[in-house]
Ligand binder design. Structure first.
Ligand code: TXA
Ligand code: MG
Length: 313
């Protein structure tokens, strides 16, 4: 694809209007959500969606998440049910993506769902994302705004590092507060965890009063489910109690290290720092050793991402 000048737009009102106009004319705009930066395209425009795959270098059979401003908009595209309503009441806007049956007459490009008869949909909890969705007045397909297989972006600079010259613009509204992608639940109709993410499984189980099977990664073959993903350039070694010589050490808790996910061993803080710290260490260009992270709450999602970052390529 040809090189273009990617605009770096601060998220003020004039720039939001411009970004919405770019989306409406089929352009690609990266925008902040509370989880990670997304690479947005009008989900009804097949050309725009195709160029998302082109910019990311992503295999085109992988379905995308559609972003909408509220439940009423979601209901235009999916067949709604009681569990979806219960989850939306509790978690939307927020870091939960629901996979529901596509509704007849949805009008979305087949590329968005990669031909599946289900759709992944979410209402992001971020004022800039919300305003952009309202101004664009369109369902916006948005994968994380990183080249396929690389670390997800939690700042506009991360987006530019990976996609500058390949997208029309990035809307900059600082760092993402959650820092991990959304949790994905299948509801077709049995509730199944498809990806660990920004909302801990325990919290969802409590809301629905059920036990979710803990085999997130086995059910679908897609970017977030591939063995090697979120990968820095150099090797990654997990559950390290110290760095070997030549390694950088990414710590957790009160230890000596090059960068610490959370000095206080706070999993929420660790999630917010995860991708940023991996980006920072990756820039130094040495193998990375990573301290153990407890497998509870957001630790499950953090460990999932770390396993993929460390997987053989
Ligand atoms: O937090 C997030 O979810 C971010 C922000 C931008 O919203 N988006 C994101 O998108 O992480 P992406 O494309 O990197 O990951 C989307 C995941 C993929 O693993 C894909 O397989 C899954 O959603 N997915 C999409 N549609 C699906 C469907 N119909 N059934 C099952 N999985 C689906
Ligand atoms: Mg991604």
């Amino acid at each position: 694809m040809g090189t273009m000048q990617t605009m770096h737009l601060h998220a003020n009102n004039a720039n939001l209007v411009q970004a919405a106009g770019l989306l409406q004319s089929g352009g690609l705009v990266a925008f902040p959500t509370e989880t990670v930066y997304g690479l947005g395209a009008d989900a009804r425009n097949a050309k725009a969606v195709a160029s998302v795959y082109g910019a990311k270098g992503r295999p085109s059979f992988n379905p995308l998440i559609v972003h909408v401003p509220n439940v009423a908009s979601a209901q235009k595209y999916v067949v709604w049910n009681e569990t979806a309503q219960q989850l939306a009441d509790q978690f939307w806007p927020g870091a939960l993506t629901m996979v529901l049956p596509l509704r007849e007459g949805h009008g979305l490009s087949y590329l968005v769902t990669a031909g599946l008869n289900t759709l992944a949909i979410r209402v992001p909890n971020h004022p800039t994302a919300q305003r952009l969705l309202e101004l664009a007045n369109a369902p916006i397909a948005a994968p994380s705004a990183n080249p396929s297989g690389r670390i997800s972006p939690t700042t506009a600079q991360h987006v530019l590092d990976g996609l500058s010259g390949k997208i029309a613009a990035v809307l900059d509204d600082g760092a993402c507060l959650v820092g991990l992608e959304s949790t994905i639940l299948g509801l077709t109709p049995h509730v199944a965890l498809l990806r660990h993410g920004g909302i801990a499984v325990e919290v969802i189980e409590k809301t629905l009063s059920i036990d979710l099977p803990q085999e997130a990664s086995k059910t679908i073959t897609a970017p977030g489910q591939m063995e090697s993903h979120y990968a820095p350039n150099e090797a990654v070694r997990l559950n390290a109690s110290y760095a070997e010589s030549g390694e950088l050490f990414l710590g957790f808790g009160p230890i000596t290290c090059d960068l610490n996910l959370s000095q206080d061993a706070d999993l929420i803080e660790a999630a917010a720092n995860l991708f940023d710290h991996l980006h920072q260490l990756d820039k130094i260009g040495k193998p990375i050793a990573i301290a153990p992270i407890p497998q509870t709450g957001l630790g499950c999602a953090i460990n999932d991402r770390l396993r993929r970052a460390a997987a053989p390529r």
